[in-house]
Design a protein around this ligand. Structure first.
Ligand code: SAM
Ligand code: MD0
Ligand code: SF4
Length: 340
């Protein structure tokens, strides 16, 4: 057993690994994470379609392009447009549809009736798993999502340092955000927790977050490097070195062998895929059909219309690595498998 083949890292060990500048040790960490992924799922990699269907938002997160105060062009797609793009993604081979939105007051006013209808259609007619990423909503709305059949509720705390949270998610409540996530879990949905790297966190904050992800029972865990956004208060904050994100991916894989861990095409486009998979990620997110008029988040247009964020393009890269995209049946079997 090498020193990385175990799950019970102490916070002190995590801090040391996050801060190590020893290249050989870092490479050994990635190699152990890859081996762990291979042991759990062989050559299969999962893929999620991304459907960002409204970019209107009532919040003012300091890191986000779509924050309320940013004077940008926005869209709100119709039910038919959302279903058409979801169907195209499913036909292209994705395993799940991630329905993502800004906290759009229009949907709050109509009690998410349209969103629930969309979830039902994707589940019942397209027979495909659904993730809902709506921001913070009430318990009653979470009940509705659960009844409509949503499999996952994604809601990222970004950090578990309360002071830092308040600087990032201004005028939002740490506890309300955490409550929504835990309520969704208790209603039987899988939850995704996530971190932003490069927003002022220290290694101790990351170590604590890595532990909390397990304590709250997140089935999917992610980290994305911060990308500065024009017109936002953090537009001059530098994007961090990717080694931090890659090390966090590897540590998540070793701590939580069966977790879904994204390699998000939203951070560095398709050229960022290989490094993230090689650090232990087992899932590709932010797949967006070209020329569909739908956007990404951290990089809202990068590689989209060029066709870089497609299953086809990702599959070609994976094939060169001896890997392949899983079928939806394989994805569903993976979800049903009891966790170690
Ligand atoms: N509005 C919902 C929410 O905030 O939960 C869902 C969509 S939100 C745009 C999804 C996630 O994108 C955020 O939680 C954050 O982690 C990530 N994100 C937003 N802006 C980013 C940026 N500039 N760089 C990297 N990730 C970013
Ligand atoms: C991604 N752009 O997966 C998406 C987004 C929201 N659930 C996910 C941040 O990278
Ligand atoms: Fe709105 Fe989400 Fe962006 Fe915050 S991160 S401003 S809640 S879209």
């Amino acid at each position: 057993m090498t020193k990385f083949e175990r799950k019970d890292f102490s916070e002190e060990e995590l801090v040391r690994l996050i801060t190590t500048e020893d290249a050989a040790e870092t490479e050994a960490l990635f190699a152990a994470a890859r081996k762990q992924r291979q042991a759990v799922q062989g050559d299969k990699i999962f893929a999620y379609g991304f459907v960002y269907f409204t970019t209107y938002c009532r919040n003012n997160c300091n890191f986000c392009y779509y924050r309320r105060s940013n004077d940008i062009g926005r869209y709100r797609k119709s039910e038919d447009e959302v279903l058409a793009v979801a169907k195209a993604l499913i036909d292209s081979g994705v395993n799940l549809i991630d329905l993502t939105m800004g906290e759009d007051p229009m949907y709050h006013a109509e009690q998410f009736e349209t969103v629930c209808r969309i979830i039902r259609t994707i589940k019942e007619e397209y027979h495909t798993p659904v993730m809902i990423s709506p921001g913070v909503v009430s318990d009653e709305i979470i009940d509705k999502f659960a009844e409509a059949g949503a499999d996952f509720y994604a809601l990222y705390q970004e950090t578990h340092n309360r002071r830092l949270f308040e600087n990032l998610r201004v005028d939002q409540s740490y506890d309300e955000r955490m409550h929504a996530k835990l309520y969704a879990r208790d209603r039987g949905m899988y939850i995704e927790e996530g971190l932003l790297a490069g927003v002022g966190e220290g290694p101790e904050d990351i170590a604590r977050s890595l532990k909390i992800m397990g304590e709250i029972g997140a089935r999917q865990v992610r980290v994305m490097s911060f990308i500065p956004q024009e017109g936002s208060p953090m537009e001059n904050v530098r994007t961090p070195d990717r080694l931090e994100e890659l090390k966090i991916i590897a540590l998540m894989r070793l701590m939580y062998p069966d977790a879904l861990i994204p390699a998000s095409l939203d951070v560095d486009g398709i050229k960022g895929l290989e490094d993230r998979i090689n650090a232990g990620a087992n899932l590709i997110t932010s797949i967006i059909p070209p020329r569909s008029g739908f956007m990404g988040v951290a990089h809202n247009v990068m590689d989209v219309d060029e066709g870089g964020r497609t299953v086809e393009e990702a599959a070609a890269i994976l094939s060169g690595m001896g890997l392949r995209i899983a079928s939806v049946e394989e994805y569903q079997a993976f979800l049903r498998k009891p966790q170690a």
